[in-house]
Design a protein around this ligand. Structure first.
Ligand code: AMP
Length: 585
């Protein structure tokens, strides 16, 4: 998708807007200095910087102490509310829990939980203790959890009884794990926790309610998220406390957050959008946010917007396409008049979806672009700017984006190339855990290479073109083919596996696997079902292949690498391109 035949959506007159946009793009972009933005943060009394302090304590210590920070609705309709003051006290307690079991600055503490309030409190507690928080997507199966806990050397895992049971088999292989803390929210789970585990509720009750935040500097590590690349297992992108300045700034600029907003981000904190924009951006801006534990259901989502009077809504293209599929009649049954700004991230947002927003809600979805490694939004459609449907907007103030060729030289305006960023933006990741070599390989000729292809038009709007590598984007989740192939070949019948992304009208891509069988196995539907079940149990249904095709042998290079590009071309009936490196049969 490079340009769009859809007409530009003009920004409304400021006088017609419910609030004036925070950002005047042309004015700010020209001579912006990040130091000004750093000046809007409070900093620790000792001069350091801590994300939890900026998001929670600075509000709890001031006039927002009794303001609602979190409005929570559980998957069974339970309702809870927390003020900034309560969030401070609870996260202080959890920091004390960590201190009491010997957690120190820089230790990794991982969180494997559904979107319950304790998840958010735990992450802020970890940050206050100076440790590094590693959130894990709760739909993961044992294999991805094991890979991440082993690679990071996590000392503590905070989880829930059902998720704890799901991963029991991998625990003996986690040599550095010292404690498992189990949150049994509202005694939802009737089974007693294992005697070797700690009870979150008991530890919290014992812990003092006040905690002196461990002095962290802006350069200390804060949060790590695992993300998929072309080769090898997912890598832990490590962020620093200073990312908070950009999360705060883009909350103001790209999501246009104002003090009185009720904000809803539908992302899970297992992925970077759920921490950067489901925790840090709204709360550093002192905004009340809705957190919904349940999954997607069109009518429920509209009901939430109506009941909680959501004003700013940040969601993802797959969800928008599912809402579109459910039809316009459903939103008409609800009062959507509280909404004033819609945004989307994670995959290309088709122009039809942008325009659909305008038709159904009276405003377009504002697409923005970023990735795990960038820590915060880098390119966006702003409230103050005309929207070109299909474009991901313009770079945020203080960030330079470029389109470069394969020798890392800029390409002319309007031509496709690699999307690159000039290093040094505040929320830039600082390393891949245990993999400096891979980190270094991302930087070329003064650019950080994003792995995406894009183009820029003469007016400076950026247009996403596609991934430059084999990484699959399914419903906004990046999946590395290698991770799926590794799980598949553990099945006793599988000799080899090659995994590609197959285009899909809703999820953008689905994971498709080509599998060759070992001698003695027959390609039956029953075996296909068994391999599907096996891969779902190991990986999770979000990552496991949706389609499996049996194939006699996989196309490989002479050096033995699976040619996924060829599998994909054959699947889509496209030209096979250069096959000179293809191994002879
Ligand atoms: P993740 O690191 O999991 O957040 O995924 C980041 C990747 O998702 C990017 O490198 C893109 O490939 C894709 N992505 C994110 N936002 C957009 C967008 N607005 N348009 C197109 N692709 C996007």
């Amino acid at each position: 998708m490079t340009t769009s035949s859809f007409p530009t959506i003009q920004k409304p007159d400021i006088k017609e807007m419910k609030v004036a946009p925070n950002l005047d793009y042309d004015k700010v972009r020209g001579n912006f200095d990040w130091n000004e933005m750093y000046g809007e943060l409070d900093w620790l009394p000792g001069g350091g910087l801590n994300m939890a302090y900026e998001a929670i304590d600075r509000h709890a210590n001031g006039r927002n102490r009794d303001k609602l920070a979190m409005i929570w609705e559980g998957k069974n309709g339970e309702k809870e509310q927390y003020t900034f003051g309560q969030m401070k006290q609870l996260s202080d307690r959890f920091a004390n829990v960590l201190k009491s079991i010997g957690i120190e600055k820089g230790d990794r503490v991982f969180v494997f939980m559904d979107r319950v309030p304790e998840l958010y409190i735990t992450i802020f507690g970890i940050l206050k203790a100076g440790a590094i928080a590693g959130p894990l997507f709760s739909a993961f199966g044992p294999e991805p959890v094991k890979d991440r806990l082993q690679d990071s050397g996590a000392k503590v895992l905070v989880t829930q009884p059902d998720l704890r049971r799901k991963i029991t088999e991998i625990i003996p292989e986690l040599f550095e794990l010292q404690h498992i803390i189990v949150v049994n929210k509202d005694n939802r789970d009737p089974e007693p926790i294992l005697s070797s585990d700690l009870s979150y509720e008991e530890e919290m009750a014992k812990a003092p309610p006040n905690f002196d935040i461990v002095e962290t500097s802006q350069y200390d590590y804060s949060i790590m998220h695992y993300t998929s690349g072309t080769t090898g297992k997912p890598k832990g992108a490590v962020h620093r406390h200073q990312a908070v300045v950009q999360q705060y700034a883009t909350g103001k600029w790209a999501l246009d957050l104002h003090e009185d907003d009720i904000y809803w981000c539908t992302a899970d904190p297992g992925w970077v959008t759920g921490t950067s924009y489901g925790m840090l951006a709204p709360w550093t801006n002192g905004v009340t946010q809705l957190i919904y534990e349940g999954g997607f259901r069109a009518s429920k989502w509209y009901e939430l917007i109506q009941d909680y009077k959501v004003t700013v809504w940040y969601t993802a293209p797959t969800a928008i396409r599912m809402l579109m599929k459910a039809g316009e009649n459903i939103p008409r049954r609800y009062d959507m008049s509280s909404l004033r700004f819609l945004a989307s991230v994670g995959e290309p947002l088709n122009p039809e979806a942008v325009v659909w927003g305008q038709e159904v809600f009276g405003m377009p979805f504002h697409d923005n672009w970023w990735q795990t490694e960038t820590g915060a939004i880098l390119c966006a459609n702003y409230a103050c700017m005309d929207v070109r449907p299909g474009s991901m907007g313009k770079p945020i103030p203080g960030v330079e984006l470029g389109i470069v060729d394969d020798d890392f030289n800029p390409v002319p305006v309007g031509e496709d190339g690699n999307l690159a960023v000039r290093p040094g933006w505040p929320s830039m990741y600082h390393t891949y855990w245990n993999n400096t070599e891979m980190y270094n390989s991302k930087f070329k000729k003064g650019w950080y290479m994003t792995g995406d292809n894009a183009r820029v038009d003469k007016d400076g709007y950026f247009w996403f073109v596609g991934r430059a590598d084999d990484v699959i984007n399914t419903a906004g989740h990046l999946v590395g083919p290698f991770e799926v192939e590794s799980a598949l070949i553990e099945h006793p019948a599988v000799a080899e596996a090659g995994v590609i992304g197959k285009p899909d009208p809703i999820a953008m891509e689905i994971v498709k696997a080509f599998v060759s069988l070992k001698d003695g196995y027959e390609a039956t539907d029953e075996l296909r079902r068994d391999i599907t079940r096996f891969s779902r149990e190991k990986l999770s249904s979000a990552v496991a292949p949706r389609e499996i095709e049996f194939i006699d042998s996989l196309p490989k290079t002479r050096s033995g690498k699976i040619m996924r590009r060829l599998l994909k071309a054959r699947e889509l009936g496209l030209p096979e391109g250069d096959t000179s490196t293809l191994e002879e049969d």
